[in-house]
Design a protein around this ligand. Sequence first.
Ligand code: SF4
Ligand code: SF4
Length: 401
Amino acid sequence: MSALPGLDDCVHCGLCLPVCPTYAIDRRESQNPRGRIAALRAIEEGRSAPTPGLLRGLDDCLVCRACESACPSGISMEGLMMEHRSRTSDARSDGRTVAERWFLRAVVSSPGVLDRFLGVARLGRSLLPAALLPDTPGPSRLRPARAASPPAATSRLSTETKGRAVLLRGCIADRVQDRETRLAARLLSHFGFEVSISAPGCCGALQRHSGLVDLARELSLERARDLLSGEPDAIVVDSAGCGSALHEPLSDAPELHAVAERGTDTPSLLATIGLPPPPHPIPGPVVFAPPCHQSHGTRSTEATRSLLEHITEGEVVLLPGEEQCCGAAGTYFLRRPAKSRQLGERAKERWERGGRVKTLATGNPGCLLRWESLLRREPGVEVAHPVTLAARAYGLESEER
Ligand code: SF4
Ligand code: SF4
């Protein structure tokens, strides 16, 4: 019996192979879920040393979780990778792993340090030509942090209060999709919710992926206490990676379970009240590229798709091969830049195959950055968070700059 949960449950059926993005670009067994599980077992049972080759195959996993949705044995690749990376953490001394861990421990975990770091990045990005930094976001997406403040008053459609909702600001999400958080606050307020926005701060999702489990647990508990302080009915997280992490508590702490029970996103919360027809529908078609952690973590894509269909005049289509990760995957684009770029190119090809639809909706900071970077030279194309499109359809977008 293996000490890693689920490791003995693989029946080698191979149903996970067609959905694994790393296997799609490199058809070796070490690059698919079945091979990764076999490698972990061999290391666990002492039949093989953790050689650089075995570790590389394991590190190449994006933790996109597509294999989890395909697996009949219910194996959690996220759980396995988190445990494996946590156990091997101290033995790693390669430059990229060390840099990634420093970034996650010292920068991302502290809002003040993150802000100074992104200030320097913003300056560098605006001074250096884009050709030198092809995978980094443009300065317009790296916004300075705003002071914590309640959402500005907005027109209300209903006088009946639908409940109290608090929105997570997050860390990277707070800089990349701060505007979207404020638009979500306007939307929810417009439809009758009492809305507040949390203080900025990391929920531990990125640290969890990289095996910094103790730090991830500590950060998620800090966020949980902050989010629960106003006794909300709903905790709204519009960043799929953070939503997925908060959905699956890392300990028995009651605060973490309370957050998981009340956790939702703006489309799912709006679906509970039923929306009137939008006064300014979005011209279709719209292509929906669901983030991996929305498809395979929170599993809340249906509500987003329904919201998009409700607000769009015309067709809403799913991105062809939507289960294949775009390659952003948390800090993967820093850790495995060549593979991440390859996956990005394949994602763009799927967008082209799907008819080059001009409006692409996706609800996660990493995916927004990745798609903006992939489609930035395509004339007339907009990459938007579903919340932005909904706010526009209800005439609320122009109130928020
Ligand atoms: S999590 Fe994603 S990359 Fe990793 S094995 Fe599963 S499908 Fe492949
Ligand atoms: S689908 Fe699950 S059980 Fe089948 S090979 Fe993949 S990991 Fe193993």
